[in-house]
Design a binder for this molecule. Structure first.
Ligand code: TC6
Length: 696
């Protein structure tokens, strides 16, 4: 027997216990053990088999680390079919998470029981594949086509109660999976329950698969796996037999397994978990945080306060005037109303969070008991330093003092206090209670346990937390500035902002840079430009149409006009016809002869600028590894997850081609298109960004 599956006989029942921590993934040893266990049970003349998992879960899926490597027998689909074909009664008892291949093993069992807290799902599409061990054929036979399509294309987890309701499991029972499983098998044997194979059930009902396919493709913004899974479910309905349906599922699965998107999504899966594993945090205990202060109750401050409240923290928010206090409270209540409406919190929780858990005041003295405070005031060094001076005076010793600055030097802010070791950057993204990214910015004197506290807070707020060093814009905004500049240059040289936005959304971003500027407020970027102007290198090309738009009072969505015109009550905007005139004027003043750009060239320049700056950010040690950049761009800037992030994308495209294009663009603008030394080095050494990830 394999060590990953323990075999035991309890009377007529053969018990197969998975013991492959941490999540009982269905790696080779587990598959071998299951197969051997079924065969042995049959040979020994057992009447039934119980499958369950030791530790915190039933099987949480196939072993993702095996993907991309040569597959080894027994394969999961064959194993599932073998389990289903057994003449013995096979029962799965589920607890924890029965996901992907795990749920497929359960669906191949003849009966399914689960504890009330068990979660199930077929999340394969989120890894760029589809349920390839019969899940697309068996789930619709149990739950119906419509429900199965929704579950498989979203990959969402669902609870035991929903599974019971949809006919996916047979029973819910409180207790230990082994105990409830054994009792259930005993009962089935006593009443002479028949073997019941899902694959032998009638094919499920048809739906308009073409319509579902199109809608799924559109929703996925270019992601292939959910739409491909629709075709696999279609085979469950239309194939002439269950076996033919399985073959079709297999073919579609293989197609996806070989895709770049599968590589990108699996990279994202592991990178998302790797970002918070820092060697410098090993053995460092974070400081306890039960109460948190927030300075400033604008959109950002209110969002941070909301996230903290939802994570169970006590919050004290400080604003400047009574009017601002009530506005801040209103924003937080509005955010929590949203959570209430979506069923994330109950009315009683809402009352508690907006009542005793939250105080909004004007007096810094109220911060005396908080263990951590995040400043989210106006982005101005003088203002920030003044706030930090006050925090230094009012916060207790050992309190972590964090700034939410997006660009400013955290060292300079820390120097306004007598305790720079307690100062750190916690850069949230707006809306802070929704966006999953948190950049933790380490200043020169930040103490290790303060960094650990930043990461612990990120975890508590359920953020993807990434370490960043200090530079203008940290990881994300610095890279964004580079690709936004590339976008402005192609526009100055002849492309239209609308072509750029279309190309960028076509790539899979939710928005292009010009629509994004309108959303964020063009004035914000304008202020940053003015701030940088005195130190700008004279060799830098400076498009002026952006500022011209701002000079005319058009700041984007907030004024109803920017690159687009926004009409009340309408979603999205229409191109602002005056923008073309401003660009033409800019071109004339700068002596630029506009030319046409193909969509492919627009995209290539945009992506090359992003990759080049990202390589610089890694090369300079601002980000520790390429994967840290990838996660910042995926979770903070809408980079399509299915490409894994800009540096995974770059690896997939080939770094030599990217470097060659950058060198080509340098012929027209040597200053902007200087290749990043790290990119040059990787190409010279024949290595990839992922090689750097692997070497730590
Ligand atoms: C599939 O089944 C396809 C079938 C078709 C075949 C034909 N494999 O997330 P955590 C590791 S596709 C390998 O921190 P949690 C994870 O990397 C699969 N490793 O814990 C981490 O390792 P580290 C379908 C895995 O309690 C450790 O386990 N299944 C796998 O917050 C702990 O993970 C899924 O997509 C795996 N399948 O959440 C489920 N899963 O400590 C993917 C986890 O070295 N997994 N690890 O960093 C999850 O969603 C979550 O891990 C969880 C547990 C909900 C199971």
């Amino acid at each position: 027997m394999s060590e990953a599956i323990a075999y035991e006989r309890v009377g007529d029942i053969a018990v197969l216990k998975a013991q492959n921590p941490p999540v009982n993934a269905l790696g080779l040893d587990v598959r071998k053990g299951l197969l051997a266990g079924i065969e042995r049970a049959e040979e020994e003349g057992a009447k039934a088999v119980l499958i369950y998992g030791e530790g915190k879960t039933y099987f949480a899926g196939a072993d993702i680390r095996e993907f991309g490597k040569p597959p080894q027998e027994p394969y999961l689909p064959g194993l599932c079919n073998r389990i289903e074909a057994s003449p013995l009664i096979v029962v799965s008892a589920m607890h924890g998470t029965a996901l992907g291949g795990g749920l497929e093993v359960a669906l191949s069992s003849h009966y399914r029981i689960a504890v009330p807290s068990a979660k199930m799902g077929l999340p394969e599409v989120n890894l760029g594949i589809l349920p390839g061990a019969g899940g697309t054929q068996r789930l619709p036979r149990l739950a119906g086509t419509e429900a199965a399509l929704e579950m498989i294309t979203t990959g969402r987890h669902f609870g035991a109660a929903e599974a019971l309701d949809k006919g996916i499991i047979d029973r819910i029972e409180k207790g230990d999976p082994r105990e409830i499983g054994l009792a259930y098998v005993q009962e089935l044997l006593e009443k002479g329950a028949p073997r019941r194979a899902v694959g032998e059930m009638p094919a499920p009902e048809a739906v308009d698969f073409d319509a579902v396919y199109e809608a799924t493709l559109k929703k996925g913004r270019g992601q292939l796996s959910p739409a491909t899974a629709v075709r696999a479910v279609q085979a469950a309905v239309e194939a002439e037999s269950f076996e033919t349906g399985l073959k079709r599922e297999r073919a579609l699965f293989t197609e996806l397994m070989e895709s770049d998107q599968r590589q990108g999504l699996i990279h994202a899966f592991f990178a998302e978990r790797a970002v918070s594993k820092l060697p410098e945090l090993e053995g460092v205990a974070p400081r306890e945080v039960a109460a948190m202060g927030v300075i400033g109750g604008g959109t950002m401050g209110a969002g941070i306060a909301t996230a903290a409240l939802l994570a169970g923290l006590q919050v004290v928010l400080v604003e400047m005037t009574e009017n601002a206090v009530s506005a801040a409270r209103g924003r937080i209540e509005g955010n929590l109303q949203g959570a209430l409406k979506r069923g994330k919190i109950t009315q009683a929780q809402y009352d508690q969070l907006t009542g005793e858990a939250l105080s909004v005041v004007t007096d810094y003295a109220a911060l005396g008991q908080v263990e951590l405070v995040v400043e989210a005031v106006f982005e101005d060094m003088g203002v920030k330093r003044e706030v930090f001076g006050k925090l230094d005076a009012h916060c207790k010793p050992g309190a972590v003092l964090a700034t939410n600055t997006s660009y400013l030097d955290v060292d300079e802010i820390a120097a306004a206090t007598s305790r720079p070791q307690d100062v750190i950057g916690l850069h949230f993204f707006s809306p802070a209670h929704v966006m999953k990214l948190l950049e933790v910015v380490v200043a020169e004197k930040t103490a290790p346990e303060v960094l650990a506290t930043g990461f612990a807070l990120g975890k508590r707020l359920r953020k993807v937390t990434v370490r960043s060093g200090i530079c203008d814009g940290f990881i994300g905004n610095r890279i964004m500035n580079a690709y936004r500049k590339a976008a402005e240059y192609v526009v100055l040289d002849g492309a239209s902002p609308y072509q750029v936005d279309k190309v960028v959304t076509g790539f899979g971003f939710p928005m292009g840079p010009f629509a994004m500027g309108d959303l964020a407020g063009l004035d914000i970027n304008w202020a940053a430009r003015k701030r940088r102007a005195p130190t700008r290198d004279p060799r830098e090309r400076v498009p002026r149409f952006y500022e011209m738009l701002c000079e005319g009072g058009d700041f984007g969505q907030k004024t109803g006009r920017g690159f687009y015109i926004y009409e009340e009550g309408k979603r999205g905007g229409v191109p602002n016809p005056e923008v073309a005139d401003l660009i033409a004027k800019d071109q004339e003043q700068q002596g630029v002869a506009p030319r046409a750009f193909s969509d492919a060239e627009v995209l290539r320049r945009y992506m090359c600028a992003m990759v080049n700056e990202a390589a610089r950010v890694v090369g300079e040690g601002i980000a520790r590894r390429p994967l840290d950049v990838d996660m910042v761009m995926v979770f903070g800037y809408g980079f399509p997850r299915y490409w894994g992030g800009p540096l995974k994308w770059a690896d997939l495209q080939g770094l030599d081609g990217i470097l060659a294009d950058i060198r080509g663009y340098a012929a027209e603008d040597e200053f902007f298109w200087q290749p990043a030394p790290l990119l040059e080095k990787l190409v010279a050494d024949g290595r990839t960004f992922d090689d750097l990830n692997k070497s730590g």
